[in-house]
Design a protein. Sequence first.
Length: 339
Amino acid sequence: MTQATARAYPNIALVKYWGKADEALIIPVAGSMSMTLDDYATTTTVHLGEGTGASGDADALNLNGTELEPVDTAAQRVTAFLDIVRGIAAERGLDTATERARVTTVNEGPTAAGMASSASGFAALATAASAAYGLELNERDLSRLARRGSGSACRSVISRFAVWHAGDSDETSYAEEIAAPDLSMIAVTVASHAKKVSSRAGMRATAATSPFYRSWITSTEESLNEMVRACQDADFTRIGQITETHAMRMHAVINACEPPIRYLAPVSYQVFDAVAELRANGVEAYATADAGPNVVVISRPADAATVAEALAGYAENGRATILNPGPGAQLLGPEEATA
Ligand code: PMV
């Protein structure tokens, strides 16, 4: 039996990915930039061979201790992804190309925290599966592979800060590390019952019905160029300003869909207001939010505790969580691989 275990962490984008140029290959309409977190890991083991419980024509998936049926959406996404891995193994003439797998995955992050578990999930799966199937991929090729599972997963392969180059083909669309000044993220998981529209459905609706879609694409390209310059200059203030403006622009283009889509809840806007008030009082913090009501705030590491304390009251559990730059996806040795 061959097996490999990998761990990866979620990432939060400062310049967001919203829109696909190619749905099948997951090539985005514009590049993006993110920080990989140091908490909420996903640990995934991929076993091949006899005695794994994976039958002749189906892979087996255990998610957080629950055995999933092959018809389950999550299991189908994993099998579709493993088919890509098996396809690469076949191109290389590897015996593993016909093997079904047992995938065991554990998410440490509370699902309700709204931290992108699909990013950490597919980064960990790409890393473990490529090793189990004997592909020996370098970081760039791992990032390209993770992208096929979930776009933002290509950034979780990378340590600390990542730029995802949009590219225009499978070969040219990948993430790589970019140097940036140290910063902290303060996650505010708000109490909200907002109805969830998946990022896939939301992106489709935005491309099809939002009149601002073209300007969203060009302004994202500009924001990314400016963000890269701000990182090179280690200019925290500019990084923060671009982050907050860009987040509002993403929600604006989404709000303009027909019928409208709104991910932010009233309490999310209260957090954005509280962050503006912190700034007015001399604490530099800037807010962003993904496709949901939760808000993530960036600050200099030295201000993180002050920001977390100021925003704790908006959090569902009365606590805001401080996160820092974390490692990229990595294979674990047998002694660490307990998943
Ligand atoms: O990779 P997906 O399909 O989960 O899309 C992620 C989209 C956002 O989280 C909203 C933005 C981003 O760049 O992470």
